[in-house]
Ligand binder design. Structure first.
Ligand SMILES: [Zn+2]
Length: 478
């Protein structure tokens, strides 16, 4: 007997159960992609697939909607695979053990993959139906979204006619997402020779910060350890004679750095000064980061290989003055960070110093401007600069028929206004926005809690409600 048999919308949960039985972690797209192709064949629907195993299924408009503008319905096929310690699942071979618990569908000891299996299920249910009224549909199932939106980036969009899109990869039913950030990596490198110096080796470690996502949480008050160490060095530089031996903070540009360690070669009297400076800094930032601690270790009389006086001054100045965090707030959308950056990775190795930032903006022009400003900032220090890893933003549209229609339907169905939000992180919508002219899109979806974790759960009630609203939206798209 099927596990989701009594749930509604019945066909949505039917497909959800079927795809939950198919292994489909990112990078393992063959089986789920084939499932979609088989579906298209079985229902005599034209389809397209490519090397990355994206699948696009086309369906004509229903009666009376034949000549309407097409709509793109979109979700991704891959899921994040997480399991508990006791789980014995082999994600490359096995499906999930799903079950119902009150209003939730869950998977035993693993992620559920409702992100984004619920989009796939809803769209298949719509494609299968001969009672739902709809304009011509271009259903797009992308691959490997979770690891870098590879499917969407590689998809040949010239096969599409649709300019309006419903992305179903949002996880809060009361929220319509209308814009996402684009971004790039910015790396500044400086080669340098080591200089021998005798002195005490002082190791300062800053730890206990919360860390977080450098897009969504950039305005949450979480502090970047690299910036605080920069502040400490710049205050110490007024009172002490030191040279940097090494500095290391963070390993991902898109994570707010929660730890930074610097090793100094110091001469003269310094212990009291260091204690007092670190105490002051701790006092200054402790409200924002309660767990903040400094650890100091000292080794007397060492032969040190430092970066020398000049580069020490340069690193100190850069860390103290580098732009970091929120650069600009949006003028259109309340509380949205429009442009930001995060110094997520900072390290020295034998002969070089590297600073690696994640840059973001919900506007293309904002990202370009920030890149220019960073190039300008590093110019005076003679660093080698590289920008790479670009992904495009999905800009907010003043006039959006999609947003207006869904908003109105939501108000009718849910008896309250939805939140209209932009997110300061990348979505597949950005990739579509960059290639489809006059693109009009919303990102929506039913309530999914704790996605990407073993506690991931999908609300059944919310799935019903959001699906009903999508069906009504299609009917309006004449
Ligand atoms: Zn997703």
């Amino acid at each position: 007997m099927s596990k989701l048999e009594n749930l509604t919308p019945e066909r949505v949960f039917h497909f959800f159960e079927e795809i939950s039985a198919i292994h489909r972690g990112s990078g393992d797209m063959e089986a789920i992609s084939q499932y979609c192709i088989d579906f298209a064949k079985k229902h005599n629907l034209r389809y397209y697939t490519d090397e990355l195993r994206n699948v696009v299924i086309f369906k004509d408009g229903s009666k009376g909607y034949e000549d309407a503008q097409p709509v793109i319905l979109q979700g991704h096929l891959d899921m994040v695979c997480q399991k508990t310690e006791e789980s014995t699942i082999d994600f490359l071979k096995e499906g999930l053990d799903i079950y119902v618990d009150g209003d939730f569908v869950k998977a035993k000891n693993t992620t559920l993959g409702a992100d984004n299996g619920i989009a796939v299920s809803m769209v298949l249910a719509i494609l299968e139906s001969d009672t739902i009224a709809h304009p011509p549909i271009e259903a797009i199932f992308t691959t490997d979204e979770e690891t870098g939106m590879y499917g969407a980036k590689a998809l040949d969009m010239s096969i599409l006619k649709g300019k309006r899109m419903v992305n179903i990869d949002s996880e809060e039913e009361d929220c319509i997402t209308v814009s996402c950030a684009g971004g790039s990596d910015f790396k500044a490198t400086k080669k340098h020779e080591r200089i021998s110096k005798t002195g005490d080796k002082v190791n300062l470690t800053l730890k206990g910060l919360r860390g977080g996502h450098s897009g969504i949480e950039i305005n949450s008050g979480k502090l970047n350890a690299n910036k605080i160490i920069g502040k400490a060095l710049s205050v110490l530089a007024h009172e002490l004679d030191f040279e940097i031996i090494s500095i290391n903070g963070g390993d991902k540009p898109n994570a707010i750095t929660n730890r930074c360690e610097v090793e100094l070669c110091v001469s003269g009297e310094y212990e009291e000064v260091i204690t007092s400076v670190l105490n002051d800094i701790k006092a200054e930032f402790t409200d924002a980061e309660k767990g903040l601690v400094f650890e100091v270790k000292i080794e007397k009389n060492c032969e040190c290989e430092t970066f020398g006086e000049e580069l020490t001054t340069c690193i100190t100045e850069i860390l103290a003055t580098t732009p970091n965090g929120v650069i600009k707030m949006s003028e259109n959308i309340e509380n949205l960070v429009e442009t930001s950056l995060n110094l997520g990775v900072l390290y020295t190795d034998d002969d070089e110093l590297v600073l690696h930032y994640a840059l973001r903006s919900n506007k293309k022009a904002g990202l370009l401007k920030l890149e220019d400003e960073m190039v300008e900032f590093f110019k005076k220090y003679n660093f080698e600069i590289k920008t790479f890893g670009h992904y495009p933003p999905w800009e907010y549209r003043e006039d959006s028929a999609m947003r207006d229609m869904y908003k109105e339907l939501y108000c009718e169905d849910f008896g309250k206004k939805p939140r209209v939000e932009a997110i300061h992180a990348g979505l597949e919508c950005g990739v579509f926005a960059s290639q489809i002219e006059d693109f009009d899109c919303i990102a929506i979806g039913p309530n999914i809690f704790d996605a990407h974790t073993v506690n991931e759960r999908l609300s059944i009630k919310s799935t019903q409600a959001v699906f009903d609203t999508i069906v009504k939206l299609l009917a309006k798209m004449q």
